[in-house]
Write a protein that binds this ligand. Structure first.
Ligand code: ZN
Length: 462
């Protein structure tokens, strides 16, 4: 290999299909062109020596809301993907609510163009489907949608953001599942029962329970569990690949485990670092800043969720990165129903999960499955993403397992760090120190060194 290559990353502990090995990862034209012994590494324009720090395939965050187009005062593709780069994320999979919502080929292209002009890291886009848009699934698939998302919730007063990407009609949902199966793409749902949450919320209001700490009681586990069972039943009948997004309770994850045991595979489960780390008590500490849907749960549900991580039921971990305005969140102190649900997370997911690795909750290998390899498999990107192998994109993250930090919102890269309080004050042990996207560093020692517009659109490999 006499010809000069672009980038070489050397490390004593490089993640490969066969565990961690001393290797040099050699990149040219954005791809990994060779994995060599350390001695045989060729000269490169840029060489980085990770020493004994683990080198992982880049983190793929399969659940972000970058708020762009439409709500760029909350986040935009520049700030959101800078946050991703800082957090070891090399690719995000973006969900369809935006203004306009992604529910057609035209709206899909609009978001793709905006993201391509601004993103620091690679990105894929969900198509959106719901009432009135089943006939627009195929055109979104043709544009390169990685999956379809449907909210099981009506948004009559937020139609600018949610039109055509929700349904509460099981007949519509069944047709969505049929069409997704025909198109060969996963169908993804936010699994909470609208009518149960409506009833429990009204009950809370009648009882005068408006404080943040009451949020979880307005959407209890049964609301998630019912939606999980219902969608699993419909998806099996329609023979579709159902992906349950941001599952918050061990009970719901256990339902998916039982379903798989009965019927084989066919349903996959995503959860988030929030549900694995925090409980509903966090609402008592930071009020509306801990309001997410589904809500943070009890310590018992969290323990059960960890069992489902350990036994392989949980397939993927996402951040559900969803920033809101400071003023809107502040309203929730007096009336939690008035605050929007969602919180930034793309930058903190990896440090939080590395801390769990250091605490013995999971192995680093399992983390790579949950946050990279399985994500790539599920969304049809594996081979190009999700693995350090010859022929794949040179997407890499170097982690320092001994780096101790406190999460300080003002140091995060999301647009308004005042709302990024979910893990405020948390001590983390383990953090990314280098993020490489297609052979090019985009974050080094906490500093963003990439450029907006470098990030590329990814679509399922066929
Ligand atoms: Zn979400």
């Amino acid at each position: 290999m006499a010809e000069r290559v672009d980038f070489v990353l050397k490390g004593q502990r490089v993640h490969t299909g066969q565990g961690f090995q001393p290797l040099a990862v050699v990149a040219r034209g954005g791809e990994i062109v060779a994995l060599t012994s350390l001695e045989d590494a060729p000269p490169a324009r840029e060489t980085y020596d990770a020493g004994s720090h683990p080198v992982l395939p880049g983190i793929i965050d399969p659940h972000t809301h970058m708020r762009d187009p439409g709500h760029t005062h909350r986040e935009d593709w520049k700030t959101g993907t800078r946050a991703g780069a800082a957090g070891g994320v090399t690719c995000v999979l973006e969900h369809p609510n935006a203004v306009p919502p992604v529910n057609s080929a035209g709206n899909f292209r609009l978001k793709r163009e905006i993201a391509a002009a601004q993103a620091y890291i690679d990105f894929g886009l969900f198509g959106g489907v719901g009432d009135g848009t089943v006939d627009r699934m195929e055109e979104q698939a043709r544009e390169g949608a990685i999956a379809f998302k449907t909210f099981l919730w009506p948004y009559p007063d937020r139609s600018d953001e949610f039109a055509g990407i929700y349904t509460i009609d099981d007949g519509v949902l069944y047709q969505i599942f049929e069409r997704a199966a025909a198109l060969g793409l996963p169908a993804c749902v936010h699994a909470e029962s609208y009518t149960l949450v409506r009833m429990f919320s009204e009950r809370m209001k009648r009882a005068g329970k408006y404080a943040p700490i009451h949020h979880e009681q307005s959407r209890p586990v049964v609301a998630e569990l019912e939606a999980v069972w219902r969608t699993m039943v419909l998806a099996r009948e329609a023979n579709t690949r159902l992906n349950l997004l941001h599952i918050s309770s061990g009970s719901a994850a256990t339902a998916a485990k039982m379903w798989r045991a009965m019927h084989g595979m066919g349903v996959t489960v995503e959860t988030c670092p929030t549900y694995l780390t925090l409980t509903a008590d966090r609402m008592g500490e930071i009020g509306p800043y801990a309001k997410i849907n589904p809500p943070l749960r009890s310590i018992e549900e969290q323990a059960l969720l960890w069992e489902r991580v350990a036994d392989g039921t949980i397939d993927t971990i996402s951040s559900d990165h969803g920033p809101h305005e400071f003023a809107a969140k502040e309203r929730g102190w007096h009336n939690i129903f008035d605050a929007p649900a969602g919180a930034p997370g793309v930058e903190t997911s990896l440090p939080i999960m590395l801390t769990h690795v250091n605490n013995g909750r999971l192995t680093l290998e399992r983390l790579v499955e949950l946050m990279s390899a399985n994500v790539a498999h599920l969304y049809g990107l594996y081979g190009r993403k999700g693995v350090i192998a010859v022929g794949s994109d040179a997407d890499l993250v170097v982690v320092d397992m001994a780096l101790r930090r406190y999460i300080e919102p003002s140091q995060l890269h999301t647009k308004d760090p005042r709302v990024a309080r979910m893990f405020e004050g948390f001590e983390t042990l383990g953090a990314p120190i280098l993020t490489v996207v297609r052979g090019r560093p985009v974050m080094r020692d906490g500093e963003i060194v990439g450029e907006p517009g470098y990030g590329m659109f990814v679509s399922p490999l066929r």
